[in-house]
Design a protein around this ligand. Structure first.
Ligand SMILES: C[S@@+](CC[C@H](N)C(=O)[O-])C[C@H]1O[C@@H](n2cnc3c(N)ncnc32)[C@H](O)[C@@H]1O
Length: 368
């Protein structure tokens, strides 16, 4: 296989130099928004099916993150203002309280509950449920002892909970219930709450920084327009592989490689001044790395990784789109409060701020 790469070492170097220059600027953006660093051309799609709504989250949670956004370290979980406000809430609950965390993901909020209970010498009975086929114990490395104290269930739709009426003392959600639909899932949460039970929902705000970040990145998608990076890489890999197996010609392989590198360079040129270029450049680096791996890795194996990269791009875009669609404005929150009150709750809301940044809406309530 070494012969493949050697033909094109000078091209690898040329393209690599381009994409390494900006990488230092990537990390903060990626951390801040909780993005994996993938981007690709937008595809037209209709409304999401339930299956679609799950696979791209499953893909994300299997990467082992505890948080999906607004945390300094996505693998370590939520921190800062978000976490502090949760701790205040959990400290107001008695030991033994049964807590249901809906749309739990890898259990970021459930873990905060377990930690708060542990730190104050009160154990809670915590269940984390999500529509996606979650398996936090298989993928999350952080806080194994506390994670073990939480039960998790996948395949649970927050808008049709498979639990009895009046089963839980508290129902919580962080950046989750709005995905299931506040008007359906809010009353469902109220239904499974005991009389006197408490709820707290932290909800993406249409004016908030996570939503703004998602929209900024989605706005980049048309910029990528003609940059069919994955296809260009596939063609280059196949052409070089054919050449080394005596099926293709050198000019054809050269043309395919030049096309791929040219696509990368033109992408670089178009994104130079864009503040949110980090994710694209990270994708560029990844694809160049795959290209370069021809020196040591059989092409069929690399092609599988190209497919996986493309799927991750798709998953990333779907997550951003679903965040932007789920984020609530004040009118949505007021409608949700009305629905909760109709379901027998007393409820109110406020904006959770971090300095001048709006992090989220918070709804808190208690069942009569
Ligand atoms: C942004 S993530 C938040 C996860 C977690 N609560 C956190 O704070 O990290 C949204 C989660 O909602 C889940 N979800 C989306 N629609 C759902 C539904 N109808 N019922 C239950 N979970 C749902 C997704 O699978 C995903 O795990």
């Amino acid at each position: 296989m070494a012969a493949n790469g050697c033909l094109y070492t000078h091209i690898f170097q040329r393209a690599k130099h381009k994409f390494t220059f900006f990488l230092w600027s990537c990390e903060n953006t990626l951390k801040r928004w909780g993005l994996n660093g993938f981007m690709g051309p937008k595809r037209e799609r209709g409304p999401m099916t339930e299956e679609e709504n799950s696979w791209f989250w499953q893909d994300y949670w299997q990467q082992g993150q505890l948080a999906c956004c607004l945390a300094d370290d996505l693998r370590a979980g939520y921190d800062g203002v978000l976490a502090d406000a949760w701790v205040d809430f959990f400290e107001s609950l008695a030991g033994g309280t049964s807590i249901l965390d809906i749309c739990t993901g890898n259990g970021g909020a459930a873990l905060l509950a377990a930690k708060a209970g542990h730190n104050s010498g009160r154990a809670f009975d915590i269940l984390g449920a999500d529509l996606a086929a979650i398996e936090p114990m298989a993928y999350v490395q952080a806080a194994p002892e506390l994670m073990r104290a939480i039960r998790f269930e996948g395949g649970v739709d927050a808008a049709a909970l498979p639990y009895e009426d009046a089963q839980f003392d508290a129902v919580i959600s962080q950046f989750g219930i709005e995905y299931a639909g506040l008007l359906r899932a809010g009353p469902e949460a109220a239904r499974v709450l005991k009389s006197g039970g408490r709820l707290r929902f932290v909800i993406h705000a249409a004016q908030g920084i996570a939503e703004a970040g998602a929209r900024e990145e989605l706005a980049l998608v048309p910029t990528l327009g003609s940059a069919h990076l994955h296809d260009a890489l596939r063609q280059a890999l196949i052409a070089v592989d054919s050449l080394t197996h005596g099926h293709g010609t050198r000019p054809a392989a050269d043309a395919a490689v030049e096309y791929f590198v040219g696509e990368m360079e033109s992408l670089d040129a178009r994104l130079k001044d864009h503040p949110n270029q980090a994710t694209i450049l990270t994708l560029g680096r990844r694809l160049l790395g795959l290209f370069e791996s021809m020196e040591t890795v059989p092409v069929p194996d690399i092609l599988k990784k190209v497919d996986a990269s493309e799927r991750s791009v798709e998953a990333h875009l779907l997550r951003l789109e679903s965040l932007a669609a789920a984020a609530a404005n004040e009118g949505d929150i007021i409608a949700a409060i009305d629905a909760l009150e109709t379901a027998g709750m007393g409820a109110g809301f406020h904006a959770l701020m971090d300095g001048a940044d709006m992090l989220a809406w918070v709804i808190e309530g208690q069942k009569a």
